[in-house]
Design a protein around this ligand. Structure first.
Ligand code: MG
Length: 347
C-alpha cells in the first residue's frame, strides 16, 4: 500500500495545482484516495499521478471536460482513436479560422488596392442526361463569378436563379466585410422572396472582385471553387456536406467521401429561412491563374485530376467550359452541370 500524499505534495508530484485537483475531484475525474472527515483534507496515492497528468494534458489540449472523463476511462487504443478524431477536427477548425482571419486582415488593411489584372471568363450550364429540369445556375462578369445549385425541382431552380441574380449586383465599396455581409443579406432575401417556407434550397459559391488584385470567396454548400496556378490545381472551398464532416473528423478518407452514397447531403445551404453561415475567404489573382467554379454535377462526376488536365489543356475559358461539360457528359452526366472558368490576364 502506497503511503498517502497531502494534496500539496501530490500536486507537486503530478505537476498540477491543488486548485486543479479539487476541480477534478468535484467533476468526478479524479477522486482522492482518502478525505479526512474532520478537516476535509484530500489525500492521494502516488500511483494516481499518471491519471492526474493525463487529465491535465487533455485540459491543456482544450478537450471539453465531459470528453476528458470518457477518455481517461477508455482503453488506451480507444482513447487514442478518439484523440486522432479530435486532432482532425482541430485541423479543420484551424483551417477555417485561418481563412476567416486572412479575410479580416484583408478587410482591415485594404491590401492590394492596385488593379493590375483583368479577367476573361465563360460560363455554361447544361441539363444532365437523366434530368428533366436544370436547377443549376451560373454567371460570369468582370467583378463576379458565381455558380449556384438549387434543390427540389422548380422551387430550387427559382432559388438558384434568385441567388445568382442577387450576387450579380455585387460591387466592392472599400469595406470588404460590410459589402460581403450586405451581399449575404441580399442573397438570403432573394431566396426568401422565392419561397419563404424554407423549401427553396440552393448552394452558392462566388468569387468577388474585392478591390485590387484580390478575390473574396463566398461559399455555402457543395459547389466548389478552385484555381489552376502554374500547372497545379488547388481547391479553394470546403464542401458543407455530411461526408466532409466525416472527413474532418478523420472517420472517412477523401477517396471514400467521393463515392459515399450520402455525399449529396448538405450541412449548410441557402434557404428562405435565413440564418445562412457562408464561409468567406480571400485569394489573390496572378496573371496566368485560371479559376474554376463548378456544381457537383461536374465535380462528383469527373475526378479532380481530370478537371485539372482539362483546365490545363484548354486554350481559353470558352474552350475550357465546353471541354468540362463534355467530360461530364462522357461520364454519363447523372446531374446537371454548371461551371465558370475565368482567366486572369495582365491589364
Ligand atoms: Mg447538383
Amino acid at each position: 500500500m502506497d503511503e498517502l500524499l497531502t494534496i500539496g505534495a501530490f500536486a507537486r508530484l503530478a505537476r498540477l495545482s491543488p486548485k486543479a485537483l479539487r476541480l477534478y475531484d468535484e467533476l468526478g475525474l479524479l477522486q482522492p484516495a482518502a478525505v479526512d472527515s474532520d478537516t476535509g483534507y484530500r489525500y492521494y496515492r502516488p500511483g494516481q499521478a499518471q491519471r492526474a497528468r493525463l487529465i491535465g494534458a487533455l485540459r491543456r489540449l482544450g478537450l471539453p471536460l465531459a470528453d476528458i472523463g470518457e477518455l481517461v476511462d477508455a482503453p488506451p487504443a480507444v482513447a487514442a482513436a478518439a484523440l486522432e478524431a479530435y486532432r482532425a477536427q482541430l485541423a479543420a477548425q484551424t483551417a477555417q479560422r485561418d481563412r476567416l482571419a486572412a479575410f479580416l486582415v484583408e478587410h482591415l488593411t485594404g491590401k492590394g488596392a492596385d488593379v493590375t489584372t483583368g479577367m476573361r471568363y465563360a460560363s455554361r450550364t447544361e441539363t444532365g442526361l437523366v434530368r428533366e429540369t436544370n436547377e443549376d445556375a451560373a454567371f460570369a462578369g468582370p467583378d463576379v463569378l458565381a455558380v449556384a445549385d438549387g434543390m427540389r425541382g422548380p422551387v430550387g431552380q427559382a432559388a438558384s436563379a434568385a441567388a445568382i441574380t442577387a450576387v450579380q449586383a455585387w460591387k466592392a465599396d472599400g469595406d470588404l466585410l460590410g459589402s460581403v455581409a450586405a451581399l449575404v443579406g441580399s442573397v438570403e432575401q432573394a431566396v426568401r422572396d422565392v419561397d419563404a417556407g424554407g423549401d427553396a434550397v440552393t448552394t452558392l459559391t462566388a468569387l468577388l472582385r474585392g478591390g485590387g488584385d484580390r478575390l473574396a470567396i463566398l461559399h455555402i454548400g457543395d459547389t466548389r471553387a478552385g484555381v489552376l496556378r502554374r500547372g497545379a490545381f488547388t481547391r479553394l472551398t470546403i464542401d458543407h456536406t455530411y461526408v466532409q464532416s466525416l472527413v474532418d473528423a478523420g472517420s472517412l478518407s477523401p477517396e471514400e467521401a467521393a463515392t459515399h452514397p450520402q455525399r449529396a447531403l448538405l450541412t449548410r445551404a441557402l434557404t428562405g429561412r435565413g440564418g445562412a453561415e457562408p464561409d468567406v475567404s480571400t485569394h489573390d489573382m496572378i496573371a496566368g491563374d485560371r479559376f474554376l467554379l463548378a456544381s457537383d454535377g461536374l465535380t462528383v462526376t469527373v475526378p479532380e485530376a481530370q478537371l485539372r488536365d482539362i483546365l490545363a489543356a484548354a486554350p481559353g475559358p470558352e474552350d475550357a467550359v465546353a471541354a468540362l461539360v463534355e467530360a461530364a457528359y462522357r461520364a454519363g452526366a447523372p446531374d446537371n452541370v454548371a461551371c465558370v472558368v475565368a482567366d486572369v490576364v495582365e491589364l
